[in-house]
Design a protein around this ligand. Structure first.
Ligand code: UDP
Length: 235
């Protein structure tokens, strides 16, 4: 079977990488995501990954610390996750490159868009660390930005809920899941899919978003194959 998407940008939140522990890294979980990612690569899908950092640090919950400094620490946390995911994927036999938006040449390549494109051509997975490289942004915004830059067919926002609901499904039993939404509906209904900057970037650059659940890791592969999962947001 042919995959539905040729090039994807997958966003893995820091929380997802921590598994049940909620903080730090769960290598078993990373391995499971890796197996699904490998199936996508084997099917010929070009894969860019943006990792979050919430399992180590969140700028906004750093209390009295200066916001810019706290965000710098948050971006360094995403670099640690990028290296951990790279290691997991390499153990499964994938070729991987880490590129960071804040230069750390002893550790990873600097982010260079054309170089990333070349890696895709060669069948390598590219993991983008350090978010956008700027404070006051989120890794969702970094994922939307990279998705637009690499001309991804879709932005996979893999989370801990299986799509977008009209209200919080953890709090309300009668919450209803949407199968499809437009960007304007997200705004008009006040739905929380991602932060407004990230959503606006996707809307402006016509990058569709698929929100789906990572508690079943093979959803990454199913999403690539075009299976009907999660919530699709598009124009
Ligand atoms: N961050 C930042 N600029 C970016 C991306 C991330 O300053 O472009 C910082 C910010 O402090 C954020 C932290 O990195 O809280 C971790 O990212 P995020 O909270 O988006 O990770 P996730 O929730 O996906 O694990």
């Amino acid at each position: 079977m042919e995959p539905k998407y040729k090039r994807i940008l997958l966003k893995l939140s820091g929380e997802a990488l921590a598994g049940d522990k909620k903080t730090g890294l769960d290598y078993e979980v990373i391995n499971k995501f890796g197996q699904s990612i490998k199936k996508c690569a084997d099917a010929g899908v070009e894969i860019g990954i943006v990792v979050g950092g919430g399992n180590f640090w969140r700028g906004r919950s750093s209390g009295a610390m200066d916001r810019t400094r706290a965000d710098h620490i948050g971006m360094l946390a995403t670099a640690m996750n990028a290296l951990a995911v790279a290691d997991g994927l390499e153990h499964l036999g994938l070729e991987v490159r880490v590129q960071t938006a804040i230069s750390m040449p002893a550790v990873a390549e600097p982010y260079i868009r054309n170089k990333a494109m070349r890696h895709f051509q060669k069948g390598r997975v590219v993991i983008f660390g350090c978010g956008t490289g700027n404070p006051f942004f989120s890794t969702d915004t970094a994922a939307a930005l990279r998705a637009a830059e690499i001309e991804a067919d879709i932005f996979f926002k893999a989370t801990m809920v299986d799509g977008v609901y009209d209200k919080d499904p953890h709090k309300f039993k009668d919450a209803v899941k949407y199968d499809k939404l437009t960007f304007n509906e997200i705004l008009s209904k006040g739905l929380k899919v991602m932060d407004a900057t990230a959503a606006a970037l996707c809307q402006d650059n016509k990058v569709p978003i698929l929100v789906f659940d990572l508690s079943r890791p093979d959803n990454i592969y199913d999403a690539c194959m075009g299976k009907d999962i999660g919530t699709l947001v598009m124009e």
